[in-house]
Design a protein around this ligand. Structure first.
Ligand SMILES: NC(=O)C1=CN([C@@H]2O[C@H](COP(=O)(O)OP(=O)(O)OC[C@H]3O[C@@H](n4cnc5c(N)ncnc54)[C@H](O)[C@@H]3O)[C@@H](O)[C@H]2O)[C@@H](O)CC1
Ligand SMILES: Nc1ncnc2c1ncn2[C@@H]1O[C@H](COP(=O)(O)OP(=O)(O)O)[C@@H](O)[C@H]1O
Length: 499
């Protein structure tokens, strides 16, 4: 799991590396600039293009000056550096690189006013005005300069972080910073790149390694971690010889209503393809025909309007909510389930029922998994102003209630009782279609039934669910929930095989 860093932690990692590795601060900047250029050249190999590099006077600006040098050495001849007079203060490494630029054939211009930008003609722009040192919103002439740069309407590559975009923390008000085509960031992605608000600041980002001390970084107590494929492979267990269905657990999916039976079928289908030994769907009588016709492997526990499940012993994991509706029977099933200590997943309508019965929330069994999307989360725990606030609130609730909250989005945040937030990297917009969450719930239930811990089940399910969608989307504009459910077994197979 990769530990993500705040800007303050990043500075510590810089300082530690400089103090403990045979590398000086200016050489680290040079290394960062080289890494940036290497990445930039993958996209921009036409060296006849003209490049305007806008530099502040801190280390981000220092990077920009070093990048100018390296681009010149790589055949780019038409490069102009614009040093923006935001302050009198300049960093030591900026000053060293400025001296180098003055001694080179690179053109340099000082810029104080936005109006001076009118005549700038460049094919490409590199933004190195402010990086992770941003400590307040952009205002005054600097805000005007940034607006004018955006208005040039050229492809902008940002160094480390787009000027004006906070690397972490609340993204306040309307964004007025650089709108980059791509951000090339150093060593780790910025935490705020995982929130939907970041689309205003950068269309995409790529991380380049600059040689900071990895041991030091991993041992920093970062709240945010990022799942890698190796983590998933490390958790997945192969199926052993002589094992039988009894070994892989029995999952109960309580879901479906007259008009939303599909949700129950999708959840059950995903549970089946994710490896549960046995799957039982607890659905209304009216859904039995559809269940038997589409998923013959799944057993049924029909709901007749008054069902009470007395014996939960035979189930190893229970999921409740997809398409469940709000009947008295559904409410009483949820109420009785939260009184037990069974591995439990609460999703969709069951989450909304909880929101209407807030006094039940404190009674949710420990290590239960809640899988809200943004609206369900806000209904449960109150409105949030933006994603930073929402994830902070999920982090607090997961700790307080001793549960796992899977806050779903393009990047899904798995908030653990320990206070850690694990970011899932897989998934894509082709998956933005109804029923996808039902599939995720069935997958989590299958992993919990197979005796993975709640944390493991959450990590595995989110990663594999997204990976299935990623694989399908290579050939499809949109992937349906049924397709994802059916792809899951293939993805588990691939991850297990290379183990
Ligand atoms: N060894 C190092 O220190 C390395 C640093 N690197 C670069 O250094 C950057 C961070 O550099 P710095 O810490 O010097 O900070 P920046 O260059 O981001 O900012 C410089 C100064 O701008 C001022 N400032 C902040 N917000 C402002 C605002 N809204 N309006 C006007 N002025 C504002 C602050 O006083 C800040 O110290 C990273 O993003 C990265 O690009 C890289 O070179 C990698 C190595
Ligand atoms: N743009 C996207 N990128 C990645 N994953 C997505 C995207 N859109 C949706 N998903 C995934 O699909 C699921 C949607 O869940 P949810 O909103 O509960 O769907 P439903 O209620 O229709 O079943 C989540 O797991 C989410 O992460």
């Amino acid at each position: 799991m990769l530990t993500l860093l705040t800007s303050a932690q990043m500075r510590k990692a810089d300082e530690f590396t400089i103090a403990n590795k045979p590398i000086a601060s200016i050489d680290l900047m040079e290394k960062a600039a080289r890494a940036f250029v290497q990445c930039f050249l993958k996209d921009e190999f036409d060296t006849s293009k003209s490049v305007a590099i806008f530099c502040g006077k801190g280390n981000n600006g220092g990077d920009g000056l070093a990048i100018a040098h390296i681009l010149l050495a790589n055949g780019y001849e038409n490069i102009k550096v614009y040093v923006i007079n935001i302050s009198k203060k300049q960093s030591d490494d900026f000053a060293i690189n400025l001296q180098r630029i003055e001694e080179s054939k690179c053109k340099k211009v000082e810029l104080t006013k936005a109006s001076e930008l009118k005549n700038i003609k460049a094919d490409l722009i590199i933004d190195a005005i402010l990086g992770s040192g941003l400590n307040k919103p952009l205002e005054g002439e600097l805000a005007k300069i940034v607006k004018a740069i955006n208005k040039l309407n050229k492809r902008i590559y940002a160094v480390d972080v787009p000027t004006g975009f906070p690397a972490e923390g609340k993204i306040a008000g309307e964004y007025n910073g650089i709108k980059a085509y791509k951000t090339i960031c150093f060593q780790r992605p910025k935490i705020n790149f995982f929130f939907p608000e970041s689309v205003d600041a950068t269309e995409k980002f790529e991380v380049v390694e600059i040689g900071l001390d990895e041991n030091f970084i991993q041992n920093l107590n970062g709240d945010f971690q990022f799942v890698e494929e190796t983590d998933v492979k490390g958790i997945l267990k192969p199926r052993k010889l002589f094992t039988h269905k009894g070994i892989y657990g029995h999952a109960l999916i309580i879901a479906g209503d007259t008009n939303t039976m599909g949700a129950a079928l999708l959840s059950s289908m995903a549970c089946l393809h994710s490896g549960a030994g046995l799957t039982t769907a607890c659905i209304p009588q009216s859904g039995l025909k559809a269940l038997n016709a589409t998923l013959p492997e799944v057993m049924a526990l029909p709901r007749d309007g008054t069902l009470a499940i007395n014996n939960l012993d035979k189930y190893h994991a229970i999921a409740i909510g997809p398409g469940l509706g709000f009947s008295a029977e559904a409410n009483s099933l949820l109420k009785s389930l939260i009184a037990h200590k069974k591995p439990l997943i609460i999703d969709a309508d069951a989450l909304n029922t909880l929101a209407e019965n807030p006094d039940w929330i404190d009674r949710i069994p420990e290590n239960a998994i809640l899988t809200p999307h943004m609206k369900e989360f806000d209904r449960l725990f109150g409105r949030n102003d933006g994603w930073w606030e929402r994830v902070q609130s999920a982090k607090i609730q997961a700790q307080k209630l001793n549960v796992i909250i899977i806050l779903k989005n393009q990047f899904t945040f798995i908030c653990l009782p320990s206070g850690k937030v694990i970011i899932n990297p897989t998934g894509n917009p082709a998956m933005a279609q109804g029923g996808m969450g039902d599939v995720l719930t069935g997958t989590i239930a299958a992993f919990m039934a197979q005796k993975y811990s709640s944390t493991e089940a959450a990590i595995l399910a989110c990663f594999i669910h997204g990976r299935a969608g990623d694989c399908l989307s290579k050939e499809l504009f949109v992937v349906t929930a049924s397709q994802v459910a059916q792809q899951i077994s293939k993805e588990i197979y691939k991850l297990n095989k290379i183990n």
